[in-house]
Write a protein that binds this ligand. Structure first.
Ligand SMILES: NC(=O)c1ccc[n+]([C@@H]2O[C@H](COP(=O)([O-])OP(=O)(O)OC[C@H]3O[C@@H](n4cnc5c(N)ncnc54)[C@H](OP(=O)(O)O)[C@@H]3O)[C@@H](O)[C@H]2O)c1
Length: 343
């Protein structure tokens, strides 16, 4: 079927909503898939474009209709959004209403004071640029990427609210805010008539910060959902590093996961968790995803993928029985906060 100037070669799988049970984001009216796909790593000029397109389309075929982006993702910065924009134009345009597209601004993408931070200038300029890169006239969720204590929170939150009032975003979110900052943002946004939809923190068996800081409890109280990133601890919570570092894996080729993070303590704990997963008939990756999603405050686990195999495999994470109290205790014993993460 022809769509616009392009030959439409992609047709979405008809059974795409039969794999994953969507979850409500906090007290909002929006449902999100339990797994969302992020384009942080391996969506840029350093990975085959054909594979990137296949991963995006497979995600949608599996019912993963929420795609998480940022002006910063690449390499180089902005490249991931351009990749997504090309796939949207070529393949996904007929399905735009079925997509939840997120973008973020405020993490530095250049030396200019207007290419970082939480000012109104930085955030709204970035959003306009992202809309051009994504080739869409609105995003579904616009996030402030990380707190900027040098800017009054009223200004940052005001810029997020303006994005919605201008029709450039449907909802807003914050990321990497501590509970106090998140609560302040939630209160101000509620007053502005643009409730905080979601918060994006890092959370996994090896990073318990949202439990320790009280963010999980705050999310329930303030009515926002959590879209938790790096639930596989960038691959550490899979079986791939139990023996060695496989060729092409993130620990081999990324600035964000280094070979020395894979030490003896990591291997011992990951092996114990892997044994537990095997006893349950699942993989460590599936166990790790099921574990973050055991909490109702967590709306979606935001995963990365470097192959369609990983997506197919991870999408089965919720096909297993709930974790028992004994299993959760066992996970706590071996899932020591900070393992492999240097925190
Ligand atoms: N807000 C923020 O500040 C922030 C920060 C970081 C991330 N994020 C968001 O969160 C998203 C996900 O982060 P992440 O990529 O760190 O998440 P992750 O799900 O913890 O790690 C994903 C990586 O693990 C490996 N992997 C996935 N499934 C696997 C499997 N079944 N077996 C073996 N290896 C597997 C792949 O890496 P390889 O195959 O390449 O080794 C994959 O790219 C990002 O894309 C971004 O959207 C947000």
């Amino acid at each position: 079927m022809a769509h616009g100037a392009f030959e439409q070669t992609y047709a979405a799988a008809e059974d795409r909503y039969e794999h994953l049970a969507y979850r409500r984001a906090g007290a909002s009216g929006l449902d999100l898939p339990p797994l969302s796909l992020g384009l942080w790593q391996k969506f840029g000029t350093d990975y085959p474009p054909r594979t990137q397109r296949e991963i995006i389309l497979r995600a949608f075929d599996l019912g993963i209709a929420h795609f998480d982006n940022a002006d910063r993702y690449g390499p180089p910065h902005r490249a991931a959004q351009q990749v997504f924009g090309a796939v949207l134009a070529k393949d996904l345009a007929p399905y735009r209403d079925e997509l939840v597209l997120s973008t973020k601004a405020g993490n530095p993408i250049g030396p200019s004071p207007y290419l970082k931070g939480g000012s109104r200038k930085s955030l709204l300029n970035s959003l306009d640029h992202s809309l051009r890169d994504l080739r869409t006239d609105y995003v579904d969720v616009f996030y402030h990427h990380r707190p900027d204590p040098t800017v009054p929170i009223e200004e940052t939150v005001g810029a997020l609210a303006s994005a919605v009032q201008q029709g450039k975003a449907l909802y807003v979110g914050v990321s990497n805010y501590d509970p106090e900052q998140a609560h302040e943002a939630a209160v101000l946004l509620r007053e502005a008539g643009v409730p905080l939809l979601v918060h994006q923190p890092r959370y996994s068996i090896f990073d318990r910060t949202p439990e320790r800081s009280g963010l999980l409890d705050l999310a329930a109280r303030d009515g926002f959902g959590l879209v938790v990133y790096s639930p596989l601890a960038q691959g550490l919570l899979t079986d791939k590093y139990l023996e060695d570092i496989p060729a092409g894996a993130r620990a081999e080729n990324s600035a964000f996961l280094k070979p020395d993070q894979i030490d003896a303590a990591y291997r011992e704990r990951a092996a114990a968790l892997n044994d537990l997963a095997k006893d349950r008939g699942q993989s460590l990756a599936q166990l790790a995803l099921q574990w973050v999603l055991r909490r109702p405050e967590v709306t979606s686990a935001l995963i990365g993928a470097s192959s369609t195999w990983q997506l197919d495999h991870n999408a089965k994470a919720l096909d297993f029985p709930d974790l028992t109290d004994d299993e959760l205790e066992h996970i706590d014993e071996h899932g020591v906060h900070g393992t492999g993460l240097g925190i």
